[in-house]
Design a protein. Structure first.
Length: 188
């Protein structure tokens, strides 16, 4: 039997990563799928824990060798993707892989796994909320924040391709909804 997987996607600043971290603490048998990126690590990020940090040329070489389940060039020279080896690593431990990926990656993974994948879209209450959250993070310049908000507006159109949509306007409620949805999927 093919292993089940769980995909979380959302525009940047929707609270997706916070929700996924909560879920990982609450439900045993899940394992976080570590994405690869060509961006440099932020303060306190570690290779192999937060991301697999690759140079743009290493990333392109892995693309050419078909080592990615999905990948995207988000901005020129800035890549994100999921290595096939990561899914194999998690399956070998007998666990369910949990993906925290952008909406294009999420839809691509869902297409490949079909009913074996639960795809959850985390919807922000508004674009203004996204902008506020990104500013509060303090990790991006004003220009990058504007790019992310513009991208978020487009990404909201992808919600219809997901199995479940959760509006993150109340974090406790969103946590409860996600736990319920994931437990139902695992027990199916």
């Amino acid at each position: 039997m093919e292993e089940k997987i769980i995909i979380f996607s959302a525009p940047s600043g929707s609270g997706k990563t916070t929700i996924v971290k909560h879920l990982m603490e609450k439900i045993p048998g899940l394992s976080f799928s570590i994405s690869a990126t060509s961006r440099p690590p932020r303060k306190n990020e570690k290779h192999g824990r937060d991301y697999y940090f690759l140079s743009p040329s290493e990333f392109r070489e892995k693309i050419n060798n078909d080592e990615f389940l999905e990948w995207e060039e988000v901005y020129e020279g800035l890549y994100y993707g999921t290595l096939r080896s990561e899914v194999e690593r998690i399956a070998a431990k007998g666990k369910i892989a949990v993906f925290d990926v952008d909406v294009v990656g999420g839809t691509n993974i869902k297409k490949q796994f079909g009913d074996k994948a639960l795809a959850v879209f985390i919807n922000p209450p508004s674009l203004q909320t996204i902008e506020q959250r990104l500013k509060q993070r303090g990790t991006d310049s004003e220009e990058i924040i504007h790019q992310r908000v513009a991208k978020a507006e487009k990404e909201l159109g992808y919600a219809r391709f997901f199995d479940k949509i959760i509006v993150n306007d109340d974090l406790d409620k969103a946590h409860e909804e996600v736990e319920h949805i994931v437990k139902d999927f695992i027990e199916k």
